[in-house]
Ligand binder design. Structure first.
Ligand code: KIV
Length: 283
């Protein structure tokens, strides 16, 4: 795959190709996703739940996302790298948004940013795009507003609410967003939004009619077993794979069968002789 760009992402919708996006927070994972031809890597603020042990994305800081985004960018993936702007890193003022989005590109190595919300956020998206920074929008359930929304609930369930989301999508397209995440809405609502705008929609819990899909990598790989939202499909049980490997290692260490000769270094015989004199210990 050649390097993905925001321009190519838009063209892929025109050609009717579906887009693949996954999250990554580190260099080795980013290189695996790139080798698999994933179109976009999102360094999501989901790093808070996925890696940092937080219960929501609210505590995640700009420095946290930049730190992980820089690790992803050091893998030089062909996938487009999108840095997720965390809670309150872009809503205080236009100046704050511009400075922080610039940091995501300069220090995090991102090639685009993702910004949650519509309404007054739309003006911020317009300023960031005007400054030359590509923006992916995010509507439907916006996890950074979880305390206001009142939980991880499906949004846009009525005809009126679906209409509001369509208007939000159009306004973000008009503000210059190059694509749009739609989270946790009925399939019909996502279909209506996708048909109403020219920029690609990327769904998560939004049914099959979006132009592309995104999942949090650790959810689809099965790293967490406590909770699985309905929209997550598990493609692997990585937790089991890790547990089996750790158990086998622990057994071998306790039995003394690891490390064996294949995984140890030996001194040359004459040096062993010099080391022990005549009393070379038996193996
Ligand atoms: O932070 C994230 O991973 C996200 C996706 C769920 C879209 O915002």
């Amino acid at each position: 795959m050649t390097r993905m760009t925001t321009h190519k992402i838009r063209l892929l919708k025109e050609k009717g190709k579906r887009l693949v996006m996954l999250t990554a927070y580190d260099a080795p994972t980013a290189s695996i996703l790139s080798e698999c031809g994933v179109d976009m890597i999102l360094v999501g603020d989901s790093v808070g739940n996925s890696l940092l042990g937080y219960e929501s994305t609210i505590p995640v800081t700009l420095d946290d996302v930049i730190h992980h985004c820089a690790a992803v960018s050091r893998a030089h993936p062909d996938s487009l790298i999108i840095g997720d702007m965390p809670f309150m890193s872009y809503k205080v003022s236009e100046q704050q948004a511009l400075q922080n989005c610039a940091r995501m590109l300069q220090q995090g190595g991102a090639e685009a940013v993702k910004i949650e919300g519509a309404g007054r956020v739309t003006d911020i998206v317009r300023s960031v795009v005007d400054a030359g920074i590509p923006v992916m929008g995010h509507i439907g359930l916006t996890p950074q507003s979880i305390f206001q929304v009142g939980g991880y609930r499906v949004q846009g369930r009525t005809a009126e609410l679906a209409g509001t989301l369509v208007e939000q999508a159009k306004s973000l397209e008009d503000a210059g967003a190059f694509s749009l995440v739609i989270e946790l809405v009925p399939s019909e609502t996502a279909k209506m939004i996708t048909e109403a705008i020219k920029i690609p929609t990327i769904g998560i819990g939004a049914g099959p009619y979006c132009d592309g899909q995104v999942l949090v990598l650790w959810d689809m790989l099965g790293l967490f077993e406590d909770f699985k939202p309905k929209f997550v499909k598990r493609y692997a049980s990585i937790r089991e794979v890790i547990k089996n490997a750790v158990k086998e290692y622990s057994d071998e260490v306790r039995k003394g069968t690891f490390p064996d000769a294949d995984h140890s270094f030996e001194m040359a015989e004459e040096e062993t002789g010099r080391l022990y004199g005549r009393n070379k210990p038996s193996p």
